[in-house]
Write a protein that binds this ligand. Sequence first.
Ligand SMILES: [Mn+2]
Length: 333
Amino acid sequence: MDSNRGIFFSNEDREHFLKLLERYSSITLLSHIYPDADAIGTSLGVYHLLKNMGYRVEIANATPTLPIHLNFLDGFYKIKKRIEYKDSLIISCDCGSLDRLGFDLNGRDIINIDHHISNTEFGVLNIIRAEAVSSSEVAYNFFKPIFEIPYSSAEAFYTALISDTRYFTTSNTNKYSFEMAQELIDIGIDVGAISQAMLRRSLASLRILGRVLESLELHLDAKIATMQITREDFEVTGAKYSDIDGIVEYAKSLVTVDIAILLVERLNSYKVSLRSNRVNLLPIAKYFGGGGHILSAGFEVDSKDYEDKEELKDKILEFIKKEGVITNNATQI
Ligand SMILES: [Mn+2]
């Protein structure tokens, strides 16, 4: 990733934002369904800074159960399951497409803050920087010249930053990630305490991890690793969707592996996560109707379009073989 550029915004972008804000008496912060810590952290961070400026703000997410290890964040229990404000300005955080917000937003003005390269630009104002390591990096850099960043926002933005960079270990981590961390530390956040809180996990997440690791298979000279989670795995372990966040990284960590694939069986669909250290995954995700980032992408397909998940797995592997996604170059270190 290009590490020579910070995240930059023009004055017009910020003026446009402030103009939109003037037209509304209330604001609703949203993030994508089945949120990760970037989605929750970025939306909570923006929520706190707008509240701090005296705006009337609410925060909501359409997912029934949120990742409980984020409960240390100020405002976590204020996140509603539905939108209560009737005519509020919507601010979407970390969400690549409108359907992933999970609410009917017909006729609403949306400000779209994100870092997914595949973002469909569904906002009246789109504040999108694909080079940002987290949506919180986009939000933080956008707001810091115009609003004070209160402690609770700093904590939420930092949580989002360490989550999307996997504690500053992803290949897109750069000097700006650390600069942002330093500025947030200057606001007074306790990085040790945040990391310790973030590293907590539920018993169900450990139980399901054991089962997922059992499912590991290697393909194409061990360059591809697949893992799966069945509905039975969820039932037996009591795990929620939020308990499997990051599990795909275990498959990616194998020395031979260029692409890690996790297939998750849901009620009427299969959700697939793709991870790599060096292969562009977007062509695969897009072929199956999804999107994401270059090295971290995914998609969801109707289960009725496939005999079973084995057929879906074969189709993905077939596509990878046919399109030559894995080249000899790609495996050189
Ligand atoms: Mn993100």
